[in-house]
Ligand binder design. Structure first.
Ligand code: PHE
Length: 398
């Protein structure tokens, strides 16, 4: 009897060893943490669509070195501490080989130290605040950074629109928003413009009337709104209701299929910087747009495109890595050269950031996007050291 029991216990534990994902297995496990619900749900939904499409493509083509990719997708509910909890589980229980996420810089900043400590490479497709990759040498981003994006925004206002005065609406609790505000303020002022008013709000606010009344009184020629689409849509509406007609200008955080659904015609004639345009005639872009449309019946926003690229960049690194160990994948990722993404070619610099093209989008009637210009940031427009890119020496392992 005892022997039978022992055999039973043994076979149960053997069985669980085989099915436990932590026991190795024959799959490449990629943890994906994104906001699928909560205030910026659209960021995560689009991103997961892009990542899923990349995974389906590679799995249909035989996987990575014969192994299928398994995505472990988790919803952080647009919450930074939940993002940290999920990534902790990824590295302690799920034993993922690599991590993709997040969109919002504050959430990537919260999660990055955990991936870093566990030596599991984490790649964010779209977090632009410099702090993210300063968390350590296992943390990468395949998009541009805010010192450059902010300079592009300020330069566009000062040069292309010839604005001499501007106001800013900033979300004080959001690292992305405050980071951009600092750069825009510095560069616009250096280019001869004057910031005549700064007002703040908090993500999720519904009523912006007090701030807008105050901004209107200072009569700016443009208003910078470095925020996320849900707040921006409402701010645009309430600004127009108040008789403020000047262009609003923002960054990539505006991009969402929901932006126009919220702000409508109040957004016409406003501008934002972005990672790509779905109207780009490049065949690579058009193939991606058509494939995405066939799956989702909508145009892919920048989140879908940057996330699709990030997943493919990670898969490519895993393919080149000599093993599935974190440090091996990290080194292969760092060695990525001119990866031909939909949002531009990706080579990581010494800070593990990508240097990528920026497009300035003009919002037209009906919510269509026209490429106003491809922004080349002039050397003189780049922010000074305090706001600039992280130090050139990679931080030591934490
Ligand atoms: N860049 C934003 C951030 O870092 C996130 C974002 C990227 C939002 C692209 C929309 C589109 O917080």
């Amino acid at each position: 009897m005892k022997r039978i029991l022992l055999a039973l216990i043994l076979s149960v534990s053997l069985f669980s060893a085989c099915t436990n994902p932590g026991a190795g297995g024959d799959k490449v496990r990629v943890g994906v943490f994104m906001s699928l619900t909560g205030s910026t749900a659209n960021f995560g939904i689009s991103s997961v669509n892009g990542i899923q499409m990349a995974a389906d493509e590679i799995n249909a083509a035989g996987g990575i070195n014969g192994k299928q990719v398994e995505l472990l997708v988790q919803d952080d509910r647009s919450d930074a501490s939940e993002a940290a909890t999920i990534v902790t589980k990824f590295v302690t229980q799920d034993q993922v080989h690599a991590i993709l996420g997040e969109v919002a810089s504050s959430r990537s900043i919260a999660a990055a130290p955990i991936a870093q400590n566990a030596k599991i490479p984490m790649l964010t497709p779209s977090s632009t605040n410099p702090e993210v990759t300063k968390k350590g040498d296992f943390i990468f981003r395949s998009c541009f950074i805010d010192p450059v994006q902010g300079a592009a925004i300020a330069q566009f206002a000062a040069k292309t629109l010839n604005a001499k005065s501007a106001a800013i609406m900033v979300d004080r609790k959001n690292d992305y928003s405050t980071g951009l505000e600092k750069v825009i303020n510095e560069v616009f002022t250096r280019m001869g413009g004057k910031i005549v008013a700064v007002q703040s709000y908090q993500e999720g606010d519904q009523d912006f009337n007090a701030q807008l009344t105050s901004l209107k009184g200072s009569n700016p020629e443009v208003i910078f709104v470095p925020g996320y689409y849900n707040d921006v849509g409402l701010i645009a509406k309430q600004a127009r209701d108040k008789g403020i007609t000047v262009p609003l200008i923002g960054g990539d955080g505006w991009d969402s299929t929901q932006l126009y659904a919220i702000g409508g015609t109040a957004l016409n004639g406003s501008y934002f910087t972005n990672h790509y345009s779905p109207y780009d005639t490049d065949p690579k872009v058009q193939k991606f747009v058509n494939d995405y449309k066939a799956r989702h019946n909508s145009l892919p926003d920048a989140l879908a495109a940057t996330a699709y690229d990030a997943a493919k960049i990670m898969f490519d690194a895993i393919k080149r890595a000599p093993s599935l160990e974190g440090p091996a994948i990290r080194d292969a990722l760092a060695a990525t050269k001119e990866f031909p993404g939909v949002t531009g070619a990706v080579t990581f610099n010494e800070n593990r950031d990508a240097v990528k093209p920026i497009v300035m989008i003009e919002i037209k009637d009906g919510g269509t996007y026209a490429v106003k210009e491809r922004v080349t940031v002039e050397g003189a427009a780049l922010p000074t050291a305090a706001n600039a890119a992280p130090p050139t020496v990679a931080p030591a392992n934490e």
